[in-house]
Design a protein around this ligand. Structure first.
Ligand SMILES: Cc1ncc(COP(=O)(O)O)c(C=O)c1O
Length: 437
């Protein structure tokens, strides 16, 4: 297929043209190929999505077969593709207590559905006064207004502030550099629950590892077990947002496994179908869903929830992950990547390199001794991302609030040592270029 990728044509297809976005003609494995034939290593897996790499024919074939067999049905109807996916998820992937599954078309929809589920759970159980969902002050949960309301990714949230639901926030449970926390984040969570009045709180939502808002910030060690205990004691549902961390990204099936806890509700997206279909899911325990069932209520579906082709694709993607043992590979390649990045750890502009598995974040500062950040106007991470592209590697610019400039590295789990060398080399060169401008 020919691809007329003139700058004018490409920018006419973007909603707000400001710069000419990259025109991608094809993608294979861990590489993107531009319209002018350049190969770019997809070190971000798109938006930390492409867990099994691009262009697998066997996935395309199941999609084609599914579309031909049963194009679309309303979500409450069962299809073979959906049933098979639910069986695979509950038998091999999800934490054992999460036995109830519903699908969406992505991360924001999943978060939104989880907020509604938490609310409906309490209403159906006779506790209509519980409506607040506590979020953390450094987080990203998506672009819908509910998801923006429970999150705090400052630049993505700010323009919509007056339209948002005033949900309470608790400090993010992470070691933020340069501003030590006075209060343990678990104690802060309990304080916020008590201040709000536990009888008014429906749920607490948190990312196990902060992705785009924080550049792979990891929680303090005992936060999740303590948060689990606090939520249970106050009748607050614990929602883990695993849209970015789920399906092997951190070297475990789900990141909550690192902390030995099971949430009441887990939301996922991105990696479930690895970019081969727009697909997300909400996974809950029997206890969460039981009050809805008793009242003969369901969670209102989205038109494309559980789309037969998306389900067939996700099932095949997970089958490939199992067959090729890609979760273990994410852990192994993550360790190798961290090893190769070690020389960069002492760079005067690198504040920290962190993150589990293949969700690696690098935070940049103007001066690592004082932890002074680059000015906002410098758009350092964004410029670094552009420089990385010039050196043949796509990194994901991340960070908000106290984490001003970070890059996320989240490549397909199929990468090898040479790909890692290319990433590290390109990162060093991009950093030098950006600092020189
Ligand atoms: C943790 C988290 N939650 C939710 C979302 C929103 O997902 P989507 O962009 O698929 O709507 C994202 C997207 O980056 C995410 O990282």
């Amino acid at each position: 297929m020919t691809f007329d990728a003139t700058a004018e044509r490409v920018s006419s297809a973007t909603f707000v043209p400001h710069s000419t976005p990259l025109a991608i003609a094809s993608a294979e494995g861990a590489y993107l190929v531009t319209a002018d034939g350049r190969r770019i290593l997809d070190a971000a897996g798109g938006a930390i999505v492409s867990n099994i790499g691009h262009g697998r024919r066997e996935v395309a074939e199941v999609a084609a077969a599914a579309l031909e067999r049963c194009t679309y049905v309303v979500p409450p109807f069962a299809t073979e593709d959906r049933l098979r996916l639910v069986e695979r998820l509950t038998s091999s992937w999800l934490p054992p207590s999460l036995t109830r599954v519903t699908f969406t078309s992505g991360g924001s929809e999943s978060v939104e559905a989880a907020l509604r589920l938490a609310r409906q759970h309490h209403v159906c159980a006779g506790r209509p006064e519980r409506w607040k969902v506590i979020g953390t002050d450094l987080s990203y949960h998506g672009v819908s207004l509910g998801a923006l309301s429970v999150a705090n990714h400052a630049p993505r949230r700010a323009p919509f502030e007056p339209m948002l639901i005033p949900f309470p926030k608790t400090p993010a449970p992470y070691h933020t550099l340069g501003s030590p926390q006075a209060e343990h984040p678990a104690e802060a969570l309990e304080r916020v629950i008590l201040e709000e009045g536990p009888d008014t709180v429906a749920a607490f939502i948190c990312e196990p590892v902060v992705g785009s808002a924080g550049g792979a910030l990891e929680p303090v060690e005992d936060f999740w077990p303590r948060a689990r205990e606090i939520c249970t004691r106050h009748g607050v549902l614990l929602i883990a947002d695993e849209v970015m961390t789920g399906f092997g990204r951190t070297g475990k099936r789900f990141a909550v496994e690192h902390f030995g806890i099971e949430p009441d509700i887990l939301v996922g997206g991105k990696g479930l179908a690895g970019g081969y279909a727009p697909m997300g899911g909400v996974y809950a325990s029997d206890a969460v869903v039981a009050p809805l069932a008793a009242e003969r209520q369901d969670l209102m579906f989205y038109t494309f929830s559980g789309h037969p082709a998306s389900c067939a694709v996700a099932d095949k993607v997970l089958e490939i992950m199992e067959r090729e043992e890609l979760v273990a590979r994410a852990e192994r390649m993550g360790r190798l990547l961290r090893e190769r990045l070690e020389p960069l750890e002492s760079h005067p502009n690198v504040a920290e390199i962190r993150g589990p598995g293949l969700m690696v974040g690098i935070e940049f500062v103007k001066d690592r001794n004082t932890m002074e950040r680059f000015p906002v106007e410098a758009r350092f991470a964004s410029k670094l991302q552009s420089a990385g592209l010039r050196h043949g590697v796509f990194f994901y610019a991340a960070g908000s609030g106290p984490v001003r400039d970070a890059l996320l590295i989240g490549p397909p789990f199929t990468i090898n040592g040479e790909d890692i060398d290319l990433m590290v080399e390109a990162l060093g060169a991009a950093l030098a270029d950006t600092l020189a401008t």
